[in-house]
Ligand binder design. Structure first.
Ligand code: NAP
Ligand code: ZN
Ligand code: ZN
Length: 352
């Protein structure tokens, strides 16, 4: 047990939507009795970081230290901490707190907290006055309820993206009961999409990747996909209509959903996961035909986050990553937006 005083932290921050990220120093709070302090070893770059830094989801809060795919090793614990000890491998995802008492929080769906989850960055902590700074930094402090244990057998760099990309695909794949015989299509083979392929394949589904990048075909098959479709030009979906139970949309850009909706068989569901800023248009006729559904899904709650990591531990699943130094973040953003990442950039925490 070790109570620290507030610590100086080195990170990277955006100060406005246009200038990119630059080195930034700040402090984290002193440990409370149920807090853990940990050294960040890796932090993934999620496309949501880019959307928020660039204000593609509306006005943002600066300075912004992004990063919600965080892994490291516990260095300090508060006196009441039960789940962790110094030296444990730990992960933190997209939220750092929630009300803890609404129906959703009590049932482990903290991401849907009725008061709103407390995001890991781009907002205030629950005191409504301390800016929450995320994982692009070398040290973190969090209440133990909002941290998870990382299985010992998994490579830590490859685990970081599981904290957002992983859980965000695991949760709908479980909710819609993907298993042997399920026909699943994954739209977009990026950070989220490639985790969807791995999970659906590991559960025995028939997996098809729908991608606008033909160069990703070999990788997709290597990840467990059975088929790869290049979504180029009108009519790419001919021959595929009414042939899927579940279509998982992880595309970060504005697209026309119609050709994808047509892929659903009777009672099939298209799950919206990608979050471009603008609304989608839906054709009523296509929805009615075959009792199709369009649904949404947002990350996952704390129990499911731990369940997903345990599942990855059992199956040996991690993300495919390119580890970078902190001074490469701006370049990594450009390459991510250009769909040129295989398949997640992860920042080495020692380079902040
Ligand atoms: P990413 O790594 O950049 O992957 C997005 C993929 O979308 C790209 O690799 C590309 O795949 C495809 N794509 C990009 N531009 C396209 C275009 N113009 N036309 C067609 N396809 C295009 O992003 P990510 O980190 O996986 O995040 C994906 C989206 O999910 C983002 O909008 C992010 O904010 C959102 N998100 C949502 C949640 C949630 O809880 N629902 C959680 C995290 C992230 P191909 O090259 O294979 O075509
Ligand atoms: Zn994310
Ligand atoms: Zn709540």
């Amino acid at each position: 047990m070790n109570i620290s005083t507030s610590k100086k932290v080195r990170g990277y921050a955006a100060l406005d939507p246009k200038s990119g990220l630059a080195p930034y120093e700040f402090s984290r709070r002193e440990l409370r009795i149920d807090d853990i302090g940990f050294e960040i070893l890796y932090a993934g770059i999620c496309h949501s970081d880019i959307h928020q830094v660039r204000e593609e989801w509306g006005p943002a809060l600066y300075p912004m230290v992004p990063g919600h795919e965080i892994v490291g090793v516990v260095t300090e614990i508060g006196s009441a901490v039960k789940k962790f000890k110094v030296g444990d491998r730990i992960g933190v995802g997209v939220f750092i707190d929630s009300c803890r008492k609404c129906r959703n929080c009590i049932s482990g769906l903290e991401q849907y907290c009725s008061e709103g989850m407390t995001g890991t960055y781009n907002g205030y902590e629950r005191d409504r006055k301390t800016i929450a700074f995320g994982g692009y930094s070398n040290y973190f402090v969090i209440n133990e309820r909002y941290a998870v244990t990382v299985p010992e057998n998994l490579d830590l760099a490859g685990v970081a993206p599981l904290l957002c990309a992983g859980i965000t695909l695991y949760s709908p794949i479980r909710y819609w009961n993907v298993g042997k015989g399920s026909r699943v299509a994954v739209m977009g083979l990026g950070g989220l999409g490639h985790m969807g392929v791995k999970f659906a394949a590991a559960l025995g589904a028939e997996v098809t990747v729908l991608s606008h990048s033909p160069s990703k075909e070999v990788d997709a098959i290597g990840m467990g996909a059975h088929k790869f479709i290049h979504t180029k030009g009108d009519g790419w979906n001919e021959g595929l209509k009414k042939s899927f139970d579940l279509v998982l949309n992880t595309i970060s850009a504005e697209i026309d959903l119609e050709p994808y909706l047509q892929l659903l068989d009777t009672n099939g569901t298209l799950v919206v996961i990608g979050l471009p800023g603008k609304p989608y248009a839906l054709s009523a006729g296509t929805l009615l035909d075959g009792r199709r559904s369009v649904a949404g899904s947002m990350i996952g709650g704390m129990p499911e986050l731990q369940e997903m990591l345990n599942f990855c531990g059992e199956k040996g699943i991690v993300s495919d990553v390119e580890v970078i130094n902190a001074d490469y973040i701006n370049e990594a953003y450009i390459r991510t937006v250009a769909s040129d990442v295989k398949y997640r950039f992860v920042i080495d925490g020692k380079t902040f």
